[in-house]
Design a protein around this ligand. Sequence first.
Ligand SMILES: Cc1ncc(COP(=O)(O)O)c(C=O)c1O
Length: 392
Amino acid sequence: MLAKRVSHIKPAPTLALSAKVNQLKTQGVDIIGFGAGEPDFDTPDFIKEACIKALKDGKTKYAPSAGIPELKEALAEKLLRENQVEYRPSEVVITSGAKMALFLVMLALLEEGDEVLLPSPYWVTYPEQILLCGAKVVEVPLKEEEGFILRAETLKEYITPKTKMLILNSPSNPTGAVVPKQEQEKIAQLCLERGIFIVSDECYEAFLYDGEEFVSPASFSKEVREITLTINAFSKTFSMTGWRLGYVACPEKYAKVIADLNSQSISNATTFAQYGALEALKNSKAKEFVENMKKTFERRRDLAYNLLGEIPHISVVKPKGAFYIFPNLKFYSEKLGSDLRLAEYLIEKGKVAGVPGSAFGAEGYLRLSYCVSENTIKEGIDRLKSALLSLL
Ligand SMILES: Cc1ncc(COP(=O)(O)O)c(C=O)c1O
């Protein structure tokens, strides 16, 4: 019999949807997929070349479990330069993607019965990982009318003596909401007062629009830094999702345990891949690449937002970051019984795919990723509109 701890586990719905769309495409079906959680840009050549060189130079053996020293050092420099947080290299652990970083942090900190505050809508993986660690998910509902922004005042209502951790994801997947700095400061202060760890998932730090500035809660004060575990990855920023490279930066007493967990599970993140990541941090061409990607996403966001706004009976919050848009399609999903049915209907009848909001704890919504060309956005939203209108 399988262990109780895996009795609830489901495959990531986002990955399952991408697989379904790809399968239909290989069967020759003309379908537009808005499901991808990854940039449609290729990893830049200078990063690939550094990795190829590392392979040729024989960087093909085990590496230290916390990561190669050069990369940890470069990340400590990046965190100081871009995020205004001072971390020593010994406080940085390289992991197989941010997903693994999050999982190891939870394994290291959560006890059976601990409560974890999870602002909802949330990214699909958080609740699964919390449950795998034996902890309890406490959803903190975010309101569409408030732009899905987490407020300290709301958070307060969900804190109990068992609360151990808050998951903060700004910009957010799936809503693209960005928690303003002032609000993040209030949240951090509240967590400090109540002895709650902040797990700050900063995977989308490179993608903020309308002049918004990214902020790392660990930069607020020495005290907040002590309770914060900063998670990030090369995946989205440098379009390196398949490389599986992420990291956690946190006080050394936690970093050491997380490195030990790495060493007893995967040994280390792939050695030669880490040299590619090092180049991403060191090469002066990286800035231009990231900036260009961001500008492209901002244009696509505007386009998707404007086109969705033309569809009757839906509402949509303008995302401030990441590369997702999360329209409210309750009017239509209620006609079919659920957003899952609506998503299936859209694939079958409309030949357009998005991820149902229920996967993110928000029944009636649909997550559309705008990691596709402007023409595809136009055609895809056109199909969405026609399929929805034929339900009227
Ligand atoms: C909010 C968030 N955190 C973490 C991840 C995982 O990133 P990685 O591919 O580095 O594991 C994702 C990927 O979609 C994400 O959206």
